[in-house]
Every structure is written in structure tokens, then in C-alpha cells.
Design a protein around this ligand. Structure first.
Ligand code: EPZ
Length: 440
């Protein structure tokens, strides 16, 4: 298990390329199961979660080929990686095994495509998760409304389409914590091949939902309103191949915005979409960060003073839960008391204990964390518990006095492409320890 050794106290300055979106690529790669023609995807990042999804669809009969990029390195434009060709050539196997599903919950994204295209799906139930309770009841409820039937056996969801083809209908898809992102995408995919019209009310509006809808429409689907709370889908008999570029990763971009703020730095973030981060920019401007936009590049200028603020996570376009931990790291050195409330995953606070090990003063009360800003953090040995918590620890370590060691960084490799190369290129001092051998 790799660790990161970070020397704090460096001010970041320079350019960072934002990679393609992990959370858009995962359901889009799964949507390749909905046709037997070739799908070519651009901008899909190289991450362990993407590798897991490619392995999964490979087992489900999809031929996967990644073109090698020509002589490219960090700083050479959005296509750090070559395009991905996905072609289904065998539709026999309909089972998503536990061994893969347990490594990545987004495996659930194959449920809708398999049911719609093959009329059958066996998907291991995703187990527990470090960020809190994550049921998939909204996914199955939506698919049942389209005519699928489910039973649960030996830890598997077994789904079938008794009438041979799903049938469109009008449905509400919201849950106790609001809309579901992957649930909306799963049902939207299934409805694309259903008979008749489906209207999804209470749909998630995340840019990743919009991006998947755009891809499906390129494949011949008839979808309107994707990216809004009401999606209309006119089912078609078959989908064809297509070529698509995934959207930039707004969570990676937001993480680097905070990297600039926490190190009192200046960063140019390239190939990102500021419109996808409006709530994040709103909160960071209140903290005192300055932003400028020029042709797809965002200039982020931090101020020495970090103002305390209040923030509540919400479904898009509200403040994303996936940037909550990173913002907490920033506010832990703020000039006063901040309040963070987590509405999407009320238990998503495993980073609190680790930040307190670095000298932060954070107290958790139910879904709220009270952050008393301290003058500075100190380097320490800490443990990553999940993807975004590990990103928060990297940010805190860059601001801290002295050396920090972060263990279990396999979490960060799930969602951040070449993070230490990107940050070291703008002045950070991060080393990765593979086993016990230091890698410069
Ligand atoms: C997506 O997960 C993202 N993952 C998550 O990012 C992100 O935190 C989340 O959306 C919220 O923005 C991917 O896109 C791969 P939800 P998803 O269904 O779709 C409850 C990261 O760090 N719920 O929108 O699984 C659920 O418990 C990851 O990159 C049900 O009750 O999240 C939560 O409270 C972590 N029943 C809320 O809805 C369901 O069937 C929102 O979850 C489904 C969800």
C-alpha cells in the first residue's frame, strides 16, 4: 500500500490540466453495453476505478482497447490519454461479480443497461461504504416501474424483464436525501430502450447526468431535459455506436481551487468548466479567494486571510458533498469559526479525526461539523479513509508546518489522475512511497 510523504509550507504557482471526469466516465463506459457497435470515448482518465469498470464490462463481453497517446505528458492538453474503443461482441454473461463490485460501488451502473439490452442482470449488492449508508433502492424502484422484476439471493440483485422489453411510464425518483445521481442515470439508460415514453420527475441534475444523456442521444436515443429535474425519454428499438468526449472533472477542479487557497497560491486551471462549480466558487469567494475566467482557463488567486463561513452540501447545483472534506481542510486554518453541514451523506466525516491529528480543532455534532480555525496545522502521520478524505489530507499537508505521511493512498488513486505529478509541477513537495522504496 503506497503512502505519500508531503513537505508542507510551499506556495503553489503555475498551470494544472484538469482531467476528464471520473464520475461521468463510469456510467458512460457502462452504457457501452447498450449497443454492439463501437463506442469511442475521449478524455476518460486513467484511474483505478476506471480500470475496475473496464474490467467489469470486459467480463460482460465488451472488447476494450485504449489507444496510446502520442508523446504526451502533463501540460500537453486535455487528452493525456488516448481514446478508448469499446465494442460488445458477446452478450451471454449478465453477471457483475462481487469481487469487482466490492472494489467500486459504481458497478451498479451496469444494472439498467443489462436489463434494457439483455433482459437479465445479476449484480452483487454493493456492501458498506466509508462515507455512510448507500442503499440502491431508488435504482431498483425506478427499474421496477419500467417493468423489471428483482429478487435478492446470496448477496446478489437478480433482475429480469418478464415481458421481454421494458415499458416506459411517468415516475418520481427522489429519495430521503433528494435525487440520486447514478440512480437517475441507470433508469435513464434503461428507458432509452424501453417501449414508449418515460418521464423521470425528481431526477438528479448533475453535469454527469447531462453528459450521459448527451452520449445516449449520439447513440440514437431520444432524451430531453437531461440535466434538469424532469427528463423525458422516448424509447427506441436499438442504439448505435458513437464518439464522445467526457466532460472535465469538476471535483478535481474544485480540489485544486482549494489547493491554491490553502497554500496562499496562484493557479491556472485549464480545460475545466466553471459553470459546473458555481456553488463552490460562491463559497470560496466568501472565504476570500479571487477567480478570473479566460477561454476555458480559471485563474485562482488566494488571499492571506481565510474568512470563516457556513456551508451545507446539497444536490447539484448546490455545494457538492465530494468537496466537503477539502473545504473543511481549508477552513481548519480560517480566521474564526466555520460550520459545515453534510446533507447528502450525513456520516461523511472520517477526515475530521485525521485533520485533528494535524492540529485542527473540529467537533462533529450529528451531520454538522464546527470548525474552529487554528493559526497553522502541523505535519503528522495520518490515514486516508476514502477518496475525498484523502484529497483533504493532501491539501492540509501542503499547508502544514513540517512533514506529513499519508497512508492508504490507494483511495486517492481511485479518483485523482497523476495527483502528485500535477501538484509537484506547480511547487508542491510530494513523494510517493511504494512499499518501503522511495520513488522520486
Ligand atoms: C454519485 O454517487 C457519485 N459517485 C458520488 O461521488 C457523489 O458523492 C454522489 O453521487 C452525490 O453527489 C459517482 O458518480 C460514481 P446518490 P451516487 O445516489 O449516485 C441516497 C466520489 O467521491 N440514495 O446521488 O451513488 C444516498 O444514500 C463519489 O467521487 C438512496 O437512499 O450517490 C445518498 O444519501 C462518492 N437510495 C443520496 O441518496 C438509492 O437508491 C445521494 O446519493 C440511491 C441513493
Amino acid at each position: 500500500m503506497d503512502s505519500l510523504i508531503i513537505q508542507g509550507g510551499t506556495r503553489l504557482k503555475g498551470k494544472i490540466e484538469i482531467s476528464g471526469s471520473k464520475n461521468s466516465s463510469l456510467p458512460i463506459v457502462a452504457a457501452a453495453l447498450m449497443t454492439t457497435e463501437k463506442l469511442t470515448l475521449h478524455g476518460v482518465p486513467r484511474l483505478s476505478d476506471i480500470d475496475s469498470m473496464l474490467k467489469l464490462i470486459g467480463e460482460l463481453g465488451c472488447h476494450v482497447y485504449r489507444h496510446e497517446p502520442k508523446n504526451r505528458s502533463v501540460g500537453d492538453g486535455p487528452d493525456l490519454n488516448g481514446p478508448l474503443d469499446l465494442t460488445v461482441d458477446n452478450e451471454k454473461n449478465c453477471e457483475a461479480r462481487y469481487d469487482i463490485v466490492k472494489t467500486m460501488r459504481a458497478s451498479i451502473c451496469v444494472l439498467g443497461p443489462l436489463l434494457a439490452k439483455r433482459g437479465k442482470a445479476i449484480v452483487a449488492l454493493p456492501g458498506g461504504c466509508a462515507i455512510g449508508d448507500r442503499p440502491v433502492d431508488l435504482h431498483t424502484r425506478g427499474l421496477m416501474k419500467l417493468g423489471a422484476e428483482f429478487r435478492y439471493e446470496n448477496g446478489n440483485i437478480i433482475g429480469e424483464v418478464p415481458n421481454g422489453r421494458l415499458k416506459g411510464c411517468r415516475m418520481y425518483l427522489g429519495g430521503a436525501q433528494g435525487p440520486t445521481v447514478l440512480g437517475t442515470i441507470n433508469v435513464m439508460c434503461a428507458a432509452a430502450l424501453a417501449e414508449g415514453e418515460t418521464v423521470l420527475v425528481g431526477a438528479a441534475c448533475e453535469p454527469e447526468v447531462w453528459d450521459c444523456g448527451e452520449l445516449l442521444n449520439k447513440m440514437g436515443a431520444k432524451i430531453k431535459g437531461h440535466g434538469s429535474p424532469e427528463i423525458r425519454i422516448e424509447g427506441v428499438d436499438a442504439l448505435r455506436g458513437a464518439e464522445h468526449r467526457v466532460i472535465p472533472d469538476r471535483i478535481e477542479c474544485g480540489t485544486f481551487m482549494i489547493a491554491a487557497a490553502i497554500t496562499n497560491g496562484e493557479l491556472e486551471l485549464k480545460h475545466c468548466n466553471l459553470d459546473h462549480l458555481i456553488a463552490v466558487v460562491d463559497r470560496l469567494e466568501e472565504v476570500g479567494v479571487k477567480f478570473e475566467r479566460q477561454n476555458g482557463t480559471i485563474f485562482v488567486n488566494a488571499s492571506r486571510r481565510i474568512n470563516p463561513i457556513e456551508m451545507t452540501t446539497q444536490p447539484y447545483p448546490g455545494f457538492p458533498t465530494d468537496i466537503q472534506a477539502q473545504l473543511m481542510a481549508l477552513l481548519s486554518i480560517g480566521d474564526g469559526m466555520s460550520v459545515i453541514t453534510e446533507r447528502i451523506f450525513p456520516d461523511r466525516f472520517l477526515h475530521v479525526g485525521e485533520l485533528n491529528r494535524m492540529g485542527a480543532r473540529i467537533r462533529k455534532e450529528g451531520p454538522t461539523a464546527i470548525v474552529h480555525g487554528v493559526k497553522e496545522l502541523q505535519g503528522a502521520s495520518v490515514m486516508a479513509s476514502d477518496l475525498r478524505a484523502s484529497a483533504a489530507l493532501v491539501l492540509a499537508a501542503m499547508a502544514a508546518r513540517g512533514t506529513t505521511r499519508i497512508d492508504r493512498v490507494y483511495h486517492i488513486d481511485r479518483g485523482y489522475e497523476k495527483i502528485e505529478q500535477k501538484l509537484n509541477a506547480v511547487g508542491a513537495n510530494i513523494q510517493r512511497i511504494k512499499g518501503e522504496r522511495a520513488v522520486a
